[in-house]
Design a binder for this molecule. Structure first.
Ligand code: MRU
Length: 345
């Protein structure tokens, strides 16, 4: 299994996803500022993985902080803030920080050592639970896949984007284990190429038949009968079931509806944002222009051209066949089904 992120001898260690698939290099973060930089620069990315990394980063930051007594609270808050401002769209980041804050609140009175141990325990629990959630989503989602499945996926919602196994790729892995997967089509996912670089790498490591396509080929592949299911991940799911995910997901969903192909979203409950009524309230990250104007350091576009680079889009709930989470499968009307799953357990 891909070693996405782990706690090793007082450091947060992750595979540097910027270097994949060419090089498998581990990045060791020795303080929370380095973890925050790794998230911001996308050495680690994918909504649940960002949440796990942030939780481990908080545990690391507090462990290295000399603060004691009343000074612990402001030190903790400053560490959280450094991690909070890294990326705006994946709600798992804010969910993980809140969970760490609740643990801090519960332990603060007991003193520094207890807080430090407790925060590490909490971060490792977040990691463990995410891995278990991915396996559960995989099994629930595999049951929804057709026999002889020809599945299209967008971006990377795999082991690299989670504590392991993946959300969308977890569904694909479980379906492959059950002998149901004939072919996976991985959208290359312009401009950052998570599909070409990461999804193709992950699936090939597992021996799952994978075909890479450019994003603008997805409609043609659907219309010519090559695809019979679509599974993607999510960065944030609003209360009404609108789904924010990697830019280009919306186009895939519209094309899926046009071609009568089911469009599934796999995401843990930590990706639900029931305080946000609809996708209109989800902040969309804008990234640097050079992701669009350059390729591998080489300028492609004329100097001075206007550029937009929204990293995510929102797929309205009407395009979503079902949302698979670790507690079950939600279908429309999502306002009720998502709340029921969020409150389950
Ligand atoms: O910009 P990224 O690579 O962090 O975006 C990742 C995605 O959009 C994934 O599809 C999403 O986070 C789900 S990961 C299980």
């Amino acid at each position: 299994m891909v070693p996405t992120v782990s706690w090793q001898d007082g450091a947060v260690v992750m595979i540097d996803q910027r270097r994949l698939p060419g090089e498998e290099i581990m990045l060791e973060c020795r303080d929370h500022v380095e973890v925050a930089a790794a998230i911001k620069d996308m050495a680690i990315r994918g909504a649940p993985a960002i949440g796990v990394a942030a939780a481990l980063g908080i545990a690391l930051g507090v462990r290295r902080s000399p603060a004691e007594g009343a000074a612990l609270r402001p030190a903790f808050e400053a560490i959280c803030e450094t991690l909070r401002v890294t990326r705006p769209t994946a709600v798992n980041l804010f969910w993980a920080i809140e969970r760490m804050r609740r643990r801090f609140d519960a332990l603060q009175a007991a003193g520094g050592d207890v807080v430090r141990e407790g925060l590490l325990e909490e971060a490792l629990a977040i990691q463990r639970e995410d891995l278990a959630a991915c396996h559960r989503m995989g099994d629930l989602g595999a049951a929804l896949m057709p026999e002889q499945a020809r599945i299209l996926t967008h971006c990377n919602a795999g082991a690299l984007a989670t504590a392991g196994y993946g959300t969308a790729l977890g569904v694909i892995r479980s379906a492959a284990r059950d002998g149901k997967v004939l072919q996976v089509f991985a959208d290359e996912t312009r401009p950052y190429l998570q599909g070409a670089r990461l999804t193709a790498w992950e699936l090939m490591r597992d021996g799952i038949p994978t075909t890479l396509i450019a994003d603008n080929m997805a409609g043609h592949m659907m219309a010519t009968g090559h695809v019979n299911a679509i599974v993607v991940g999510a960065d944030r799911i609003a209360a009404n079931g609108d789904v924010a995910n990697k830019i280009g997901t919306y186009s895939v969903a519209v094309l899926a509806k046009e071609n009568g192909i089911p469009f599934y979203v796999a995401a843990p409950v930590s990706t639900f944002d029931l305080d946000t009524a609809s996708g209109a309230g989800i902040p969309i990250e804008e990234r640097a222009e050079d992701e669009i104007t350059h390729h591998s350091g080489q300028r492609l576009a004329p100097i001075g051209v206007g550029v937009r680079n929204p990293a995510f889009d929102v797929t309205p709930n009407r395009y979503v066949t079902a949302i698979i989470c670790e507690r079950g499968v939600a279908r429309a009307p999502y306002t009720e089904s998502l709340r029921a799953l969020a409150e389950a357990e």
